[in-house]
Ligand binder design. Sequence first.
Ligand code: NAP
Length: 322
Amino acid sequence: MTTSLTSLPTTFTLGGDLTVNRFGYGAMHLTGPGVWGPPGDPDNAIRLLRHAVHERGVNFIDTADSYGPGHNEEIIRRALHPYPEDLVIATKGGMLRTGPDDWAHAKDRAPYTVALGRPAYLRQQVELSLHRLGRDRIDLYQLHRIDPLVPLADQLGVLADLRRQGKIRHLGLSGQPGVTVEQLEQARRIVDIAAVQNLYNIADRSGEAALAHTERLGIAFIPWFPLGHGELVGPNGVLTRAAARHPFTGAQLGLAWLLRRSPNVLLIPGTTSIAHLDENLDASRVRLTDAQWAEAEALCTQAGPWCPAPAAAPARDEKEPA
Ligand SMILES: NC(=O)c1ccc[n+]([C@@H]2O[C@H](COP(=O)([O-])OP(=O)(O)OC[C@H]3O[C@@H](n4cnc5c(N)ncnc54)[C@H](OP(=O)(O)O)[C@@H]3O)[C@@H](O)[C@H]2O)c1
């Protein structure tokens, strides 16, 4: 049987009331090197964001206070404010970067990203994100990383409080390493969770259990590194090789695979290139038979699960007692 992506749902309703196109955009790369500072080419960043939203129908953008830090939310505001009514901006807080670096490629070091979930800090970060984005309410606020040194009830408690005050519409959890089923259930006993954001792509399906659980619950699953931070679609990337015999690209194959994987998947591929953005958004041209999908999956799995090396190691802070 041939699956055409046009037969799949194109939208998903977040938290029961925010309908977005499943093909969104991850803005993280619109910063300086090492996810630090303003974008090197702010005019290009603005053009790309406007093209995505005004010309290509993207109405779901993912950012975080730690991207830049701050600069990523600011460039989104510069490009798109006043916002179209249907634009949903998801941001995150609760994790900080200690300086400019590319942790995904820092093979010999532990990640320098640090979870910081103290309620006073989260409260401050929500206020700063509101200010930088120029919004009265954040559509989806994701706890960037669960802080092992702070009770989860305190981290989510302060965010639930800010939601009651009308400053947050929906709450989500994001993982580094991935949010587990147990953590999600623990969180849901404290507050409604509308989305989970975990590393997940065709070559690294370690987040499978969490994805299946979110699908059962009908909450969004937002895979980060959908293209393996670009490595799966490089000249020798597994997706590039898997798509070699087809009339579509490796990036289109990997994104189509995620869209097909489950109707609650929301895509946030990142790019600084308008040409790549357009290519990615045209993933609907992927048409494969079930046997060809199985072949592509097998090829990518045989290549070994892909994962940024440092993510497997605990952050320095986590080794220290509370
Ligand atoms: N929750 C978390 O902890 C977490 C962690 C990491 C990321 N995220 C979120 O997830 C989003 C996606 O992650 P990501 O952007 O790092 O990784 P990604 O989407 O897997 O890959 C992005 C990389 O792929 C390249 N690329 C994109 N489209 C391409 C194409 N068609 N052909 C060739 N190369 C292409 C981009 O380079 P070019 O600029 O050259 O196109 C970029 O370097 C981020 O933007 C961020 O919003 C969340």
